[in-house]
Design a protein around this ligand. Structure first.
Ligand SMILES: [Zn+2]
Length: 137
């Protein structure tokens, strides 16, 4: 159990259990920190494609505002993405890994506008055998 003052981070992460991004993020990105995860399929993809996912983006931003308001020590928001299957929900075209990395930057910018007082960073998780390597974007 943690006290609310121990929570110093918020993470928006794709919930796909095959990638297991939350497990690896805890081990590699948030070691020793208490971070509250917003685990949704697609993670921050909806923030980068609000023309398609207005409802999902509204929900996610609302959850983030609730977390930041209720955990007063949160000073950083981290967006964690990967080569995500959620892109199949977007009707137009195909998306390369480079496109998906760029979308993480867009999602981070959306969060910077929403939370100007907080640090925002983004990581792309690449599968490496049975683990994930995170690259800061
Ligand atoms: Zn995903």
């Amino acid at each position: 159990m943690f006290q609310k003052e121990e929570v110093t981070g918020l993470a928006i992460i794709c919930a796909d259990p095959r990638a297991n991004l939350w497990k690896f993020s805890k081990e590699k990105l948030f070691k020793g920190k208490v971070v509250t995860p917003l685990l949704v399929l697609g993670g921050g993809v909806c923030l980068a494609h609000q023309d398609v996912f207005a409802t999902e983006a509204h929900f996610l931003i609302g959850q983030a505002h609730f977390a930041v308001a209720n955990f007063p020590k949160i000073n950083k928001i981290t967006v964690v993405g990967h080569d995500c299957g959620f892109y199949r929900m977007i009707p137009r075209g195909t998306f390369t890994v480079a496109d998906k990395v760029k979308d993480l930057e867009i999602a981070a910018d959306v969060l910077r506008q929403q939370f100007p007082g907080l640090e925002v960073e983004a990581f792309f998780g690449e599968v490496r055998g049975k683990s994930i390597a995170f690259k800061k974007v």
